[in-house]
Design a protein around this ligand. Structure first.
Ligand SMILES: [Zn+2]
Length: 551
C-alpha cells in the first residue's frame, strides 16, 4: 500500500457523502461538491490526518509568495496537478513491502532477527496513545481506560495510528524518544498543542496552513538544497539513533522533518491476509490484518531550537523555544494569549503558530481556529482536548493595537477569575484552613459563561479600530460583563447551598472584597481604562507634597 497513490483517507463531502481518497484527490469535484472535513473514527486521527495533508502540500508544492498562496486558496489546483506534485515523493510513502516504509525503521527487523523477534512484537493497539503501557496492563491499572481491544487494524488505521504516534510522541520512558514538539522548556513530555486556521472546505483548511516556501525554510540554518531525500524522510536510511547520547538538531536534517519526524523506532508486521473487520473503523473490504509491531528504544532524539509551524511556542528570555501543550479544562479564549496574539511576560513570551500569525496578517475573511492535542500526565493521556473558536483577521496596520487590547481583555478576565476563586475559597474556608475538594469548576464556569460575549466584544473592537472610532466603550462593556458574571457565580454558589457550612460573616466579607477587586485599580489598569479615584488620589498627594516638600 502506498500512502500517496492509494485511497485511504476518510473524508466527508458537503453533500454528506463519505469516501476514502488518496491525498492528491483532496480537490476532487471541488466546484460541485467539495470535501468539507475528515471523517476518521477518532478525533486524534483527524488531527493527525490533517497534518499529514498539510505536510505533503508544504513538502511538495509550497507557494512561492503570498499572491500564489491567495490565488490557490480561491481556485485550487486540480487533482491531476496535485497527483503530479505528490508523486515526486511517493517512493517514501510505502506502508508495507521489503524496502523503506513510511515512518518505520529501516534496519530494525535485521537487528532483532537473532533475538526471537516474535517475543518482542507488540500488539498493534499499543500504538494508540491512550493505550495503557505494559506495566499498567500487568498491574491491571487501566480500569478507566478502554482496555486495548485493538488487535486487528486495516492498513488505513495502522498508517494513521503510526503517524499519530510519531507526530505527537509523548514521553514514553526507557529511552522512548519524544516527538519534535515534545520537549518544552516549561513542561516536558506532553503531546503538543496544534492550532490550525480552519477553512470552509478541506482544501482551504489544508492550504491556509501551508507557509510560503522561503518563510518555511527560513526557520532553519540547514541548507535545504544540499540535503538528501533521507534527510527529509529519515526512514529511507538507517535511523539516526540517540545511542551514545547523540542528539538531532535542525542543522542535521531537512526542514521538512518538522512534518516527518520519526522519534520512535517501529516496524509493522502484517500477518496473513484479511479475515475480519478493523477494530477501529470496521473496514472489511480492504482487509483487517492481525497486525503487530516491533519497537526498539533510543530512536532519534530531537534536541535544539525546533519550531513547528502549526504549534504555538513559549520562548524563554534566552530565546529557547518550547511547544505549548494542552492542559486540563479545555481550550478556550483564555488561551488566546499565545494561541492568537503574542504575549510577553517577565519569563519570556508566548508566540502563536506561524501559520496563525500569517493568517491574522494576510488573511481576508473571518474564519475559525481549530486547536487540539492530548492533555498528558506522566506519559498517560488524560484526555483529548479539541476546540474551534472564531479567528478574526485584522489589517496589518492595526495588529499592534488590536493585540494590545486583546491582551487587556483576556488578562482582565484572568484577573476576575482569580479573584472570584480566591473569594469563593475565602467564603468557604477559614483563613489558613485546608481547602477540601476541587474548586476548579468555579473558574471553568466563569470562562465558559464569558466566552460568547468575549467574541462579540473582539468583533466590535476590531471593527472600531478599522473605522477609527473610540474603543473605551467596548472596554467598559467588557468590564461590566466580567463583573456581572463573577458576581452572579459567587451569588449563585452562596444561594444554592454550596456555602452551607460557611459562616455568613465570612461570605459577606468575601463578597465585599470581590466587589472591591473587580472595581479596583488593577482591573482598570489591566483593561487600559482610566481609574478616576486613583488619579484624584495622586493629584491630592502631589498637592500635599508641593505644599510640604519635607513630607
Ligand atoms: Zn480501520
Amino acid at each position: 500500500m502506498n500512502l500517496i497513490q492509494d485511497r485511504w483517507i476518510p473524508v466527508r463531502r458537503k453533500s454528506g457523502a463519505l469516501e476514502r481518497i488518496a491525498p492528491w484527490q483532496v480537490t476532487d469535484r471541488h466546484s460541485e461538491d467539495p470535501f468539507v472535513g475528515l471523517a476518521a473514527p477518532r478525533p486524534d486521527f483527524n488531527g493527525a490526518l490533517i497534518q499529514f495533508l498539510i505536510g505533503i502540500l508544504q513538502t511538495t508544492c509550497a507557494p512561492l509568495n503570498v499572491f500564489e498562496w491567495k490565488g490557490k486558496l480561491a481556485s485550487p489546483p486540480s487533482s491531476e496537478e496535485l497527483h503530479k506534485a505528490f508523486t515526486t515523493v511517493a517512493m517514501a510513502f510505502d506502508l508495507d513491502g521489503d524496502g523503506p516504509r513510511f515512518m518505520q525503521d529501516l534496519t530494525l527487523v535485521n537487528e532483532l532477527a537473532d533475538k526471537e523477534s516474535v517475543k518482542l512484537a507488540n500488539e498493534i493497539g499499543q500504538l494508540l496513545i491512550e493505550a495503557p503501557g505494559v506495566q499498567a496492563l500487568e498491574k491491571n491499572k487501566d480500569l478507566f481506560i478502554k482496555r486495548a481491544q485493538t488487535k486487528r487494524l486495516c492498513p488505513f488505521c495502522a498508517a494513521t495510528a503510526l503517524f499519530t504516534l510519531q507526530t505527537n510522541a509523548p514521553a514514553g520512558g526507557q529511552g522512548n524518544r519524544m516527538g519534535i514538539r515534545g520537549k518544552s522548556s516549561v513542561i516536558s513530555g506532553g503531546g503538543p498543542l496544534t492550532t490550525l486556521v480552519l477553512g470552509k472546505t478541506l482544501w482551504a483548511t489544508c492550504w491556509l496552513n501551508v507557509l510560503e516556501k522561503n518563510d518555511f525554510l527560513s526557520s532553519t540554518a540547514a541548507d535545504a538544497r544540499k540535503l538528501l531525500q533521507s534527510d527529509r524522510f529519515s526512514w529511507l536510511a538507517p535511523t539516526r539513533t540517540s545511542e551514545g547520547g547523540r542528539a538531532t538538531t535542525p542543522n542535521d536534517c531537512h526542514p521538512d522533518q518538522v512534518y516527518w519526524a520519526m522519534p520512535r523506532r517501529i516496524r509493522l508486521i502484517f500477518d496473513e491476509p484479511p479475515i475480519a473487520a478493523c477494530d477501529i473503523c470496521g473496514e472489511k473490504e480492504n482487509g483487517a490484518e492481525s497486525c503487530t509491531y516491533l519497537a526498539k528504544n533510543l530512536g532519534t532524539n530531537f534536541e535544539g531550537p525546533w519550531k513547528h509551524p502549526l504549534t504555538p511556542y513559549f520562548i524563554t528570555a534566552d530565546g529557547t523555544p518550547g511547544a505549548l501543550h494542552p492542559k486540563p479544562g479545555g481550550i478556550g479564549y483564555r488561551h488566546w494569549l499565545g494561541m492568537v496574539v503574542s504575549n510577553a511576560s517577565g519569563k519570556g513570551r508566548k508566540e502563536p503558530a506561524r501559520t496563525v500569525a500569517r493568517y491574522l496578517r494576510d488573511g481576508e475573511e473571518d474564519l475559525q481556529l481549530w486547536a487540539f492535542g492530548y492533555d498528558m500526565a506522566n506519559m498517560k493521556a488524560r484526555s483529548w482536548q479539541e476546540s474551534t473558536m472564531p479567528l478574526l483577521e485584522c489589517p496589518a496596520q492595526f495588529i499592534g493595537v488590536y493585540s494590545t487590547h486583546i491582551t487587556g481583555l483576556v488578562s482582565a478576565a484572568d484577573l476576575a477569575s482569580i479573584e472570584l476563586l480566591a473569594q469563593v475559597k475565602k467564603a468557604l474556608f477559614r483563613t489558613g484552613a485546608e481547602v477540601r475538594g476541587d474548586l476548579s469548576f468555579v473558574t471553568y464556569r466563569f470562562w465558559q459563561e464569558t466566552e460568547a460575549p468575549f467574541y462579540g466584544n473582539v468583533h466590535r473592537l476590531r471593527d472600531a479600530l478599522i473605522a477609527g472610532s473610540e474603543v473605551d466603550s467596548i472596554l467598559v462593556e467588557w468590564h461590566r460583563i466580567l463583573v456581572s458574571h463573577a458576581e452572579h457565580i459567587f451569588d449563585d454558589l452562596s444561594q444554592n447551598g454550596s456555602f452551607d457550612a460557611a459562616d455568613p460573616k465570612r461570605i459577606a466579607t468575601a463578597w465585599r472584597d470581590l466587589r472591591q477587586s473587580l472595581h479596583g485599580r488593577k482591573m482598570k489598569e489591566t483593561l487600559g481604562l482610566p481609574f478616576e479615584k486613583l488619579r484624584e488620589k495622586r493629584v491630592r498627594a502631589r498637592r500635599r507634597k508641593d505644599a510640604d516638600p519635607e513630607s
